[in-house]
Design a protein around this ligand. Structure first.
Ligand SMILES: C[S@@+](CC[C@H](N)C(=O)[O-])C[C@H]1O[C@@H](n2cnc3c(N)ncnc32)[C@H](O)[C@@H]1O
Length: 230
């Protein structure tokens, strides 16, 4: 399985809440500049939601494909980027459905990939994460760079949370449905998860205000270059 049906149902409902999300993530702005050098190329933004980071990529001259499981996110994002010259030529947004076995791209398509705060929401089954990572590997060119953030077990964005065992936590919000999430235990766990890529750096960001303790790990790396003859 590539996409959990539960995730599609949850995000189809939750993304109806429109929000401008005007500004890109400061972390992503810095990392995109440092790691991708703002040199242009084709990028996959996996799970773009309101599209603020995707718009930043377009502003910096990248050609972008965005992937989402929520139709509302696709409408909102096209609305957000509509003022950009040629936006339908330089940006394509794709809806994933739970019956898809693979991402809708050819092998070796992308020079870069970002996935910010996405690879854990309802993807709480480790098998789903592994399937997605193999697809990332397939659609990235050899040597293509990526920036992926995932949450730490210590992150707490909901009113209450309960451990569901290995790498999994249930978050309970005041409103909305309980949400099972896939969590990272430590750096070793993250390195093991990405062991089919060349990991260049593992870092994190943390903040604590408005009753939210945010603790995201970020993994920066590249797709392995294939050996000649393989
Ligand atoms: C917390 S938002 C992050 C959005 C954006 N990347 C950002 O940095 O603000 C997570 C988004 O991932 C999408 N999503 C969740 N599970 C997904 C999956 N398995 N495949 C693709 N998108 C997914 C949701 O629809 C939601 O819009």
């Amino acid at each position: 399985m590539l996409i959990d049906k539960d995730a599609v149902d949850l995000y189809t409902k939750s993304a109806i809440v429109h929000d401008k999300h005007e500004y890109p993530s400061e972390h992503m702005v810095r990392l995109i500049k440092w790691c991708f050098k703002n040199n242009g190329g084709r990028v996959l933004d996996y799970g773009f939601r309101f599209g603020e980071n995707l718009k930043h990529l377009l502003d910096k001259g990248f050609v972008v494909d965005g992937v989402e499981i929520s139709e509302h996110a696709i409408d909102d994002c096209y609305h957000k980027i509509r003022g950009i010259h040629n936006h339908r030529q330089i940006c394509k947004l794709h809806l994933l459905t739970s019956d898809m076995q693979e991402l809708p791209f050819d092998d070796d398509t992308f020079d870069y990939l970002i996935s910010n705060q996405t690879l854990y929401h309802y993807s709480y089954r480790e098998e789903t994460i592994h399937n997605l990572l193999s697809e990332f590997k397939r659609v990235l060119k050899p040597g293509a760079k990526f920036i992926v953030s995932l949450i730490s077990r210590d992150c707490n964005m909901s009113e209450k949370h309960k451990s569901l065992g290995v790498h999994s936590v249930m978050w309970y919000y005041n409103e909305g449905e309980p949400q099972p999430v896939y969590v990272i235990e430590d750096e070793t766990h993250l390195r093991n998860l990405f062991n089919s890529f060349d990991v260049e750096e593992i870092g994190y960001w943390k903040s604590n205000y408005m009753n939210v303790f945010d603790f995201h790990y970020v993994v920066i790396g590249s797709n392995k270059v294939r050996e000649v003859g393989r």
